[in-house]
Design a protein around this ligand. Structure first.
Ligand code: GLN
Length: 493
């Protein structure tokens, strides 16, 4: 077994026992990158020099016999929407092709305090707008389970590199499903924490009332470890919430007896792939066998989640993206005729098609005369969606659904039809509206071998409940141990 195949907690034990060094581990991951990255294309930037320096520092700590944090020396990849000091951060957009942040996002500061090893920055849909990573201005990322299919999005690179073992874990961002959906499609664990749980300082803004950073990992234990490292109130983000952060590893309890799981009937309707439905139903039956009580519930406003999302998110995006004007940073057009022409040409040349579509949709939805009809109405529906969940969580502890209505689809299959692409988000956007924590865990495979994800949701700040259910499921099943062919490993000990 090669080092790159192990989880963070397995590697921590080896680093602590000084069986391996962090430099050796980083070299193992870069060796793996040489082997499979030309096929997967999950990275936009590799930071080997920095990584080896960080690995050396972690080794020095272990050698001195210091008590080292659980992520010390662990190779991690970062979605290219998170600002990394002195390391290019493009958001997969041409408009930020030369942007080198002079500061670290709060999550990066926290990870550096742990002593992580940053392997590189991962590919994504431009400004996190998309569900397939095909909207990147730079490259297409391939799903390690079938290189002809997409890895999901928008954090497709972060999901693919964990799946392909070219990182031990990674960070992504989730606005309407961008962590959970690619995690499902790439067969890894992905969690969107409660809105406000993780600081957004240094996360390039897409839709500020929805954006949240979270981890991709190979198992639920690693997910708890990364959460422990990145969660917490931050005075640099006024929407981060001042509530105590529990030790999430305490929720890794292999027992769901006494927990109530709700299964919303609105999620099992038309549009849901039958094989995906089967895998998810089997997973829920497994949880019931393990002692959870399962009941059908109703979330009646589910149907409106996509329409509401595609008003609110573009509206916020149109405001957030106004800052890319070619003046202070980023791309600037050559030889503009005058100032207005400079703005116009810079933005026309710098943004891709989907980003322009969202800016136009959002600007329209916010414009005088239409604001009440679209934006304000969407905000009201958002409240109704949230009240559905509030009512449900009076009855159940956790809600279980499919993460994505389909498995990974072929590259180019949906690019011509934006509405088809937006439908990828049908199972993930409702929880985003309500700010809920949600996890996707591997729960099986469809006949052609592509992975399926089970989504577990809880009330705000109840990540512990979903971690417990996810952990119990994982301890009693083997889906997370399966590896794509590209890894030449059929499962591990
Ligand atoms: N697919 C959704 C969108 O395109 C969600 C993206 C995200 O969560 N960043 O907006």
């Amino acid at each position: 077994m090669s080092l790159y195949q192990l989880t963070a907690h397995e590697l921590h034990d080896k680093l602590k026992a000084r069986e391996i060094s962090a430099v050796e581990l980083a070299e193992s991951v870069y060796g793996r990158i040489e082997e499979v990255e030309p096929h997967v294309k999950g990275y936009l930037t590799l930071t080997k020099e920095i990584a080896l320096e960080q690995a050396g520092a972690a080794d020095a700590g272990f050698q001195n016999g210091n008590e080292m944090p659980p992520l010390a020396g662990i190779p991690i990849a970062i979605k290219d929407v998170i600002c990394t000091k002195n390391v290019r951060t493009t958001c997969a957009s041409k408009i930020l092709s030369n942007f080198v942040p002079p500061y670290d996002a709060t999550v990066m500061t926290k990870l550096h305090q742990q002593g992580v090893v940053m392997i590189g920055k991962t590919n994504m849909d431009e400004f996190a707008m998309g569900s397939s990573t095909e909207n990147s201005a730079y490259q297409i990322t391939h799903n390690p389970w079938d290189l002809e299919t997409i890895p999901g999005g928008s954090s497709g690179g972060s999901a693919a590199v964990v799946s392909a073992d070219t990182a031990i874990c990674s960070l992504g961002s989730d606005t309407g499903g961008s962590i959970r959906q690619p995690a499902a499609l790439c067969g890894v664990v992905g969690m969107k924490p409660t809105y406000g749980r993780v600081s957004r300082y240094g996360l390039v803004a897409f839709a500020s009332s929805l954006d949240q950073i979270g981890p991709f990992t190979k198992d639920v234990t690693d997910c708890a470890l990364v959460l422990n490292a990145i969660c917490g109130n931050d005075e640099m983000d006024s929407t981060s919430v001042d509530v105590p952060v529990p030790d999430f590893t305490q929720s890794l309890i292999n027992d769901v007896r006494g927990l109530k799981i709700g299964v919303p009937k609105e999620y099992f309707t038309e549009g849901l792939d039958t094989e995906v439905a089967d895998c998810v139903q089997t997973a829920i039956a497994e949880l019931e066998k393990l002692g959870a009580s399962v009941e059908e519930i109703s979330l009646p406003h589910t149907d409106y989640a996509i329409a509401t999302y595609y008003i609110i998110a573009p509206a916020e995006a149109s405001a957030n993206l106004a800052r890319y004007d070619g003046v202070r940073y980023g791309y600037r057009t050559e030889e503009p005729a005058d100032l207005i022409n400079m703005y116009k040409k810079t933005r026309s040349e710098g943004f891709g098609q989907e980003v322009k579509r969202r800016i136009m949709l959002g600007t329209f939805a916010l414009s005088a005369g239409y604001q009440d009809a679209y934006y304000k109405k969407a905000q009201k529906v958002r409240t109704l969606i949230k009240s559905d969940f509030d009512a449900a969580f009076k009855k159940v502890d956790v809600i279980a659904t499919p993460t994505s209505p389909t498995p990974a689809f072929k590259i180019d299959e949906r690019t011509a039809d934006p509405l088809q692409m937006y439908l990828c988000d049908v199972m993930t956007t409702p929880a985003s509206h309500a700010g809920l924590p949600g996890i996707s865990v591997p729960c099986g495979f469809v006949e052609n071998g592509l992975p399926v994800g089970l989504q577990l949701l809880a009330a705000p700040f109840e990540e512990e409940k979903i971690l417990r259910v996810a952990y119990t499921f994982e301890q009693n099943t083997e889906h997370h141990l399966q590896k794509p062919e590209i890894c030449n490993v059929k499962g591990k000990q």
